[in-house]
Write a protein that binds this ligand. Structure first.
Ligand SMILES: Nc1ncnc2c1ncn2[C@@H]1O[C@H](COP(=O)(O)OP(=O)(O)OP(=O)(O)O)[C@@H](O)[C@H]1O
Ligand SMILES: O=C(O)C1=C[C@@H](O)[C@@H](O)[C@H](O)C1
Ligand SMILES: [Mg+2]
Length: 178
């Protein structure tokens, strides 16, 4: 049976980028929950404008539930676990945390200095507003404990390239007996 790998962490921590590389290492495809929400409902700024953050969270939870393989699917997929890059706020909902508990949940730890270059003038993440780095730090401070509590393992990504991080996750997954 293959246990799915979930990537959690704040905006721009590398969940999507690392997830794609990890999926490649495992010979599977990446499920990116933000991408699925966008495919079904339009861009994230459009969704926030039309439905508010609460509407986005509803869509996100629906996609999370659909993305998590059932027990039967996991048993059938003997060699290729699902890799799921979640949205940065996926851990906020209790129902999502229950889903995450069914897999190997990897928290991509980063900090303000490390993400600064990546989120410079971001317009795709409505929660970051007009002062992205300040907003990022404020949101991260509120969620940091939740990421830690939800994680099976914490990978310190600071100063590492996405390929190194994907390799470290695969090693941790194998070390855990998967
Ligand atoms: N370790 C890293 N080193 C350098 N660049 C990185 C690293 N991780 C991610 N990036 C780059 O930073 C940007 C944001 O990464 P990514 O989209 O993977 O973040 P995310 O965690 O999925 O964010 P979100 O929560 O908004 O979906 C991308 O351009 C990505 O290539
Ligand atoms: O951290 C967050 O709340 C978010 C992160 C992104 O992945 C998107 O899901 C969206 O921009 C919200
Ligand atoms: Mg992403």
């Amino acid at each position: 049976m293959s246990t799915p790998i979930f990537l959690i962490g704040p905006m721009a921590s590398g969940k999507s980028a690392v997830g794609a590389l990890l999926a490649g290492l495992l010979g599977t495809t990446l499920i990116d929950t933000d991408a699925r929400v966008i495919a079904a409902h339009g861009s994230i700024p459009e969704i926030f404008a039309a439905h508010g953050e609460a509407g986005f969270r509803r869509f996100e939870s629906e996609v999370m539930a659909a993305a998590v393989p059932t027990q039967a699917q996991r048993e059938a997929r003997a060699t290729a676990p699902a890799v799921v890059a979640t949205g940065g706020g996926s851990v906020l909902a209790e129902a999502n945390r229950e889903l995450l508990a069914h897999g190997f949940c990897v928290y991509l730890l980063t900090d303000e200095a490390d993400v600064a270059q990546r989120i410079g003038a971001d317009t795709t993440r409505p929660l970051l507003g007009s002062n992205p780095l300040e907003a990022w730090a404020r949101i991260f401070a509120m969620r940091s404990d939740l990421y830690e509590r939800t994680a099976t393992v914490i990978i310190d990504t600071r100063g590492k390239r996405p390929g190194q991080i994907a390799g470290a996750i695969l090693a941790a997954y194998r070390d855990a007996g998967h």
